[in-house]
Design a protein around this ligand. Structure first.
Ligand SMILES: Nc1nc2c(ncn2[C@@H]2O[C@H](COP(=O)(O)OP(=O)(O)OP(=O)(O)O)[C@@H](O)[C@H]2O)c(=O)[nH]1
Length: 251
């Protein structure tokens, strides 16, 4: 029995969504990694289609975390502030290169008194979205602390980072600098108008999917006895690959 809702037609990704700013991007490749494309074509993505990947959204109070998630998942915007108490989450189902892929988007509380509840949900994140408000200088300064707290519960080499001002204003230069320092991909979005919100979450889904498929290939490759395992460097990412005979598209 399939208990998951079917993938909505507007959640289908046939191509890799591009980054917003090349100077602060996780990678700038035009297409998915060739091994990922090849694995999807051959339906060699293992458990990726059945897994649910966790994405946590952190940042100061009232910077717009809930609004960002609600704009993408429900296409709504509420101008009245209601503090998140502890955590909340939304499920989003995608289809990436023909493979189903699910993201669980965790909205966490920014208020100090709820932070200890929220932080117990940080573990197991595959992507971290740090939201700040371009109108509030302190919220940008606090991004590094939010990152440090989130990384205490996660393996830093295994998470994708995104830095997102939820409201347009000044200070973009400073924000880009911080994104580069913490190696996060920068996305300016507006939950009020919806600008870049869909593009942003598609990019999060695509890069998380790509990382999952590569990890799955690495696992199955490493399991095969006799395979020669080598390290490939591709842009800023390292991929562990088994160098056994592969179809041309996988090389
Ligand atoms: N103009 C504008 N206002 C926004 C935007 N995003 C959020 N807001 C406003 O900012 C306030 C806080 O938004 P929330 O999404 O509730 O903030 P939060 O980060 O989830 O807050 P906590 O739950 O306390 O951590 C609300 O009054 C929103 O209407 C935006 O893109 N533009």
């Amino acid at each position: 029995m399939n208990i998951l809702a079917p993938v909505r037609r507007d959640r289908v990704l046939a191509e890799l969504p591009q980054c917003l700013r090349k100077e602060a991007a996780l990678h700038v490749r035009k297409d998915f990694h060739p091994r990922v494309t090849c694995a999807c074509q051959e339906h060699r993505t293992g458990t990726v289609g059945f897994k649910i990947s966790k994405v946590i959204v952190v940042g100061d109070l009232s910077v717009g975390k809930t609004c960002l998630i609600n704009r993408f998942c429900k296409d709504t915007f509420d101008k009245n502030y209601k503090a998140t108490i502890g955590v909340d989450f939304e499920m989003e189902r995608f289809e990436v290169l023909g493979i189903p892929f699910s993201l669980q988007l965790w909205d966490t509380a920014g208020q100090e008194r709820f932070k200890c509840i929220a932080s117990t949900y940080y573990r197991g994140a595959q992507a971290i979205i740090i939201v700040f408000n371009l109108n509030a200088v302190a919220s940008l300064e606090h991004t590094k602390q939010w990152l440090a707290d989130a990384l205490k519960e996660n393996d830093p080499s295994n998470v994708l980072l995104f830095l997102t001002p939820a409201q347009y204003a000044l200070m973009e230069k400073d924000a880009l600098k911080v994104a580069q320092e913490i190696k996060a991909e920068y996305w300016a979005v507006s939950s009020l108008t919806g600008e870049n919100v869909r593009e942003f979450f598609f990019r999060v889904a695509a890069l998380t999917f790509e990382a999952n498929v590569l990890a799955e290939l690495e696992k199955s490759g490493a399991r095969r006895i006799g395979d020669v395992v080598s390290i490939d460097s591709d842009d800023s990412n390292l991929y562990l690959t088994a160098s056994k005979k592969k179809p041309a598209c996988c090389r």
